[in-house]
Design a binder for this molecule. Sequence first.
Ligand code: IPD
Ligand code: CA
Ligand code: CA
Length: 272
Amino acid sequence: MNRLDFLKKQCSDSELSPMLQAAGRAALTAGFILKELYGRPHTITMKGEINLVTEADVAAETAIIASLQEDAPNIAIMAEESAGENPEQPKGRVWVIDPLDGTTNFAHGFPIFAVSIALMENGSTMAGVIYCPLQDELFCCWRDGGSWLNSKKIQVTDTDFLVQSLVATGFPYDIHAKLDQVMEQMRTLLPKVRDIRRAGAAAVDLAYVACGRLDGFWEMDLKPWDTAAGWLLVEEAGGKVTDFAGKAYSPFYPEILAANSALHPLLCEQLG
Ligand code: IPD
Ligand code: CA
Ligand code: CA
């Protein structure tokens, strides 16, 4: 059974089923394009001093939008390369799309990047997929349906000591303005945890928390398309997602702290 048929079967009871299949097909289509373009010379434009856009971001986004409009028309779209820099939370249903999360990795041939697609409704994520094309790993979730990696159900870890935890973070593009806060967080946490990773793709970090490769993840200055799918993926895998102070999360708020629920308060104490 292919992965889209599997999704169809697993969530056949949910009215979200057609949307989840649409998101899965769009993510696999974009992933194929990214894989084809990976490792070749790129056309790069700059959105900021260190914030790149490649021809692959644009090609993947175009393909995702076309695929979603074919399979699930009449749903609004918020996609990174065509939305404004600071979009507001829309009412009703909207696809929130990061066509290539980890552009810097992609452009340098560092093999960690993903496509992220979420279906949000009035501020909550209802379904999400994150696809890592080089690893051929399709993470997906839907509200009350659990989180899945390819055809297996996934769960966060139960690590409950900081010293036993492998956590991850990311650094903001506007690093000059945030350097002190970033260094302060590293100074606080690095001596307390087993180790810290900075893999370069927030959607992948969240997917890795959901499937237990990481115990926790935090980052400031993220956008809705970085986290909308990963938020639900972590929660449906049994984890907890908030801001640094432990308050209710929204992808339209820039900071995120995601972890298994035992570790979450311990990380919150350090970061909040
Ligand atoms: C970025 C990646 C990175 C994170 C940045 C994001 P992009 O997304 O997720 O890990 O640190 O904050 O903006 O630009 O590659 O889609
Ligand atoms: Ca991103
Ligand atoms: Ca992106």
